[in-house]
Ligand binder design. Structure first.
Ligand code: NDP
Length: 401
């Protein structure tokens, strides 16, 4: 018997709520609270239809208002809070969790609104306070970050004595039929991918111009795709927790059409995150753009193809060089048929559910702030196979990297 509070009601929250609702014994009481209550109600209504559960509670909340969050948590008394709103709210929600001694889990590291900066420092700084409060915070428990960290830990535990080269490869081989759309919150997504690229080599971070480094990589069941080197937040925690890694990089696929649109958006100033005046009103161009782009949550219906995300690792086992590739492919259509959301929301929402389950079942334990690779990967990966994200592995295959 346990209670879970989900904050946010976007595509990811929908998937997590669906997956939790299907496991009444573990998630016996669920509340979805977000800025727009009607979006929480819509998820609850669809769950009622699918799982005959009419007990999903919904509430309106501004997750940037700590006293309001504390009141909400005190009234519902969740055993775990799963934060699936936006990275801007990480710290206010962590404060409310501390004040109420509630375990916390999220899928994206904190970002200040006025600067697109991706690092764990702000959240890692909460470690001692969470430790003193006797509760745990699990950071970045989506797919990437999230499953990629668990995959890396699995590789370290079962396949290598030392890992030396880590490449995280993220391909969306899907087609939603739109000229331009992002697969998760457009504002967060565009902030992330228009940043300079960055990778780790021999103890140093090397910066590159955005999209400056490209390779054609082959993805299972998808084929060859142009893959671009990006900075991604899990690189920071993985090189910290696996110090034998000499080089760590992150690659993501983009089509030509997508990159052309992105270049235009940047060139005409619509990716700006500073405030400008429009007819006397303060607006942030990127936030305005979000309002006119397709809602990622609505892309599912005609989305074909698959995502393929994994880790390609080189290292040493028993004195011999070894390569290892571990990945998952997820079908957009299958994700939509099950939850009404597309594959990117699905690959994020399922691991968030599993992370919450690990906390509730005390398979992941600790006091303080943790990244997923600090825990035992085995029970998590067992659940991943059971809940629609089967993983596969290849030993000593050619990694192309
Ligand atoms: P959406 O934009 O679809 O949903 C975000 C939700 O948060 C919306 O319901 C929104 O409310 C709500 N929200 C925003 N601000 C507040 C606030 N101040 N108070 C309360 N609720 C608020 O995003 P997604 O579902 O696509 O993504 C959710 C999270 O998952 C993001 O943080 C994203 O970065 C992360 N993510 C992580 C991935 C991973 O693999 N680790 C991959 C993809 C996403 P409203 O409806 O009113 O706008």
């Amino acid at each position: 018997m346990s209670k879970v509070l989900i904050i946010g009601a976007g595509g990811v929250a929908r998937v997590t709520a669906f997956k939790m609702a299907s496991q009444k014994r573990t998630f016996s009481e669920i509340m979805i609270a977000s800025r727009t209550k009607s979006k929480c109600d819509a998820i609850a209504k669809d769950i009622a239809k699918k799982y005959k559960r009419n007990d999903i509670k919904t509430k309106k909340i501004d997750a940037e208002n700590v006293p309001a969050l504390i009141r909400l948590i005190k009234s519902f008394k969740p055993d775990v809070l799963v934060h699936l709103a936006l990275p801007y709210q990480d710290l206010t929600i962590m404060e409310a969790c501390l004040a109420t001694k509630t375990p916390y889990l999220d899928t994206a590291n904190y970002e200040p609104k006025d600067e697109a900066k991706f690092e764990y420092s702000w959240q890692w700084a909460y470690h001692d306070r969470f430790k003193e409060a006797g509760i745990m915070a699990v950071l970045g428990c989506g797919f990437d970050p999230g499953v990629t960290g668990v995959f890396t830990k699995h590789a370290a535990k079962h396949h290598f004595d030392e890992m030396h080269y880590l490449d995280i490869v993220d391909c969306n081989g899907g087609d939603h039929g739109k000229a331009f759309a992002t697969n998760f919150n457009p504002e967060i997504n565009i902030r992330e991918i228009t940043q300079k690229g960055r990778y780790y080599k021999k103890g140093k971070w090397i910066e590159t111009e955005p999209f400056a480094i490209k390779k054609k990589l082959t993805y299972p069941n998808i084929g060859k795709r142009d893959s671009y080197l990006l900075y991604h937040e899990e690189l920071e925690s993985l090189v910290k927790h696996f110090p034998s890694i000499k080089q760590a990089r992150f690659w993501m696929t983009f089509g030509k059409e997508y990159l052309t649109h992105l270049r235009v958006i940047e060139n005409i100033g619509m990716a700006r995150i500073d405030t400008i005046k429009y007819k006397g009103i303060d607006i942030v161009p990127l936030q305005f753009l979000k309002e006119v782009l397709p809602n990622p949550g609505d892309l599912g219906e005609n989305y074909s193809g698959e995502t393929s995300i994994g880790c390609r690792i080189k290292g040493v086992k028993n004195g011999k060089a070894k390569t290892y590739y571990i990945w998952n492919n997820c079908s957009h259509q299958a994700a939509y048929d099950e939850t009404g959301a597309q594959g990117v929301s699905y690959t994020t929402g399922v691991p968030a559910m599993i992370g919450a389950k690990m906390i509730l079942q005390k398979k992941w334990k600790g006091k303080g702030v943790f990244n997923v690779e600090e825990f035992n990967p085995d029970p998590f990966l067992k659940e991943l196979n059971k809940h629609g994200l089967q993983w596969h592995e290849k030993v000593n295959a050619k990694l192309e990297l």
